[in-house]
Design a protein around this ligand. Structure first.
Ligand code: SF4
Length: 288
């Protein structure tokens, strides 16, 4: 058994009603982790989109995409802090909807059989990191591609990053307050500002701790804002590893979800997830 896994937490997860419910329906880890054609499901994939050079270091990113919020059913909620974003989640864009059935299976596998899931995840990370190392790259892993799970409770990221050759670390976006998370030198977090009460205060806490916070702007405001000093263009890449301060994201692919039949559309900026340029610039001043 891998000593990267924090077993007190996997035991705690297995003891929950939701985990037991999933195990009753699926009698083994393997019964969840197979495709229709009978091949074993992989947990992480890599994307050329993320491949880039940062400060001379060639970096590549692999991501895990679970079923967000309550999409996995059976009482599972992978995004307990989510608000309006459930209707504009990345999981409804691009080709990701084609993966929903597998996202659901992987999520149920994590909830019901966390140790087996994490063992497979560690093995896949080791392989990807080794491949990256052979090609002169450093691998970074994003586990919450489409979820908001507190992975640091289950995995010793510092030990993994120190011991696995070719692995540079982990990074994610989150909506949890900083007090509920444990970012570190090997786990970088970006706070996602949203429409919920207290969100700006939470952003400030992340900022003061040296971690970035991301805000969504309209397409027009985004173009203007990324020219401002002290603002990072969050759409240039989603690799936040070295970022601090204010990150602006464009609302371009958001709110197109067919599943929500347009209900995710925002009426106007400043009401909901999308902030006005004025609100965003005010956050920049708070930061300064
Ligand atoms: S918290 Fe993130 S992953 Fe979860 S529903 Fe919202 S946007 Fe999607």
């Amino acid at each position: 058994m891998s000593d990267y896994i924090i077993h007190t937490e996997t035991d705690r997860l297995k003891a929950t009603i939701v985990s037991t419910r999933v195990r009753l329906r699926y009698p083994s880890y393997l019964s969840l982790m197979v495709t229709e054609k009978g091949s074993k499901l992989k947990l992480i994939g890599s994307s050329t989109k993320f491949e880039m050079k940062i400060a001379g270091l060639k970096s590549t990113v692999a991501g895990l995409y679970l079923a967000p919020h309550t999409l996995a059913g059976m009482g599972i909620n992978m995004c307990p802090m989510a608000g309006a974003c459930v209707k504009s989640c990345l999981t409804y864009s691009g080709r990701l909807p084609l993966q929903h059935k597998y996202q659901v299976l992987k999520t149920r596998a994590f909830i019901a059989y966390p140790v087996e899931f994490l063992e497979q995840l560690i093995m896949e990370i080791k392989l990807k990191a080794f491949e990256a190392h052979l090609e002169g790259y450093t691998l970074f892993v994003r586990l919450d591609g489409t979820s908001d799970n507190r992975w640091e409770r289950y995995l010793d990221f510092d030990k993994m990053t120190e011991e696995i050759q070719g692995l540079g670390g982990f990074y994610d976006y989150t909506k949890f307050p900083l007090s509920a998370r444990r970012p570190s030198d090997s786990y970088h977090l970006t706070y996602s500002v949203d429409e919920q009460r207290g969100s700006e205060l939470r952003a400030r806490e992340y900022d003061e701790a040296g971690y970035p916070f991301a805000v969504v702007a309209t397409k027009e405001d985004y173009k203007m804002l990324i020219k401002q000093e002290g603002i990072t263009d969050g759409d240039e890449s989603d690799f936040r590893w070295r970022d601090t301060g204010l990150v602006v994201l464009k609302a371009k692919n958001l709110f197109k979800s067919k599943e929500h039949k347009g209900k995710g559309k925002y009426k106007r900026d400043g009401k909901g997830l999308v902030r006005t340029a004025k609100q965003i610039l005010k956050m920049l001043r708070v930061q300064a």
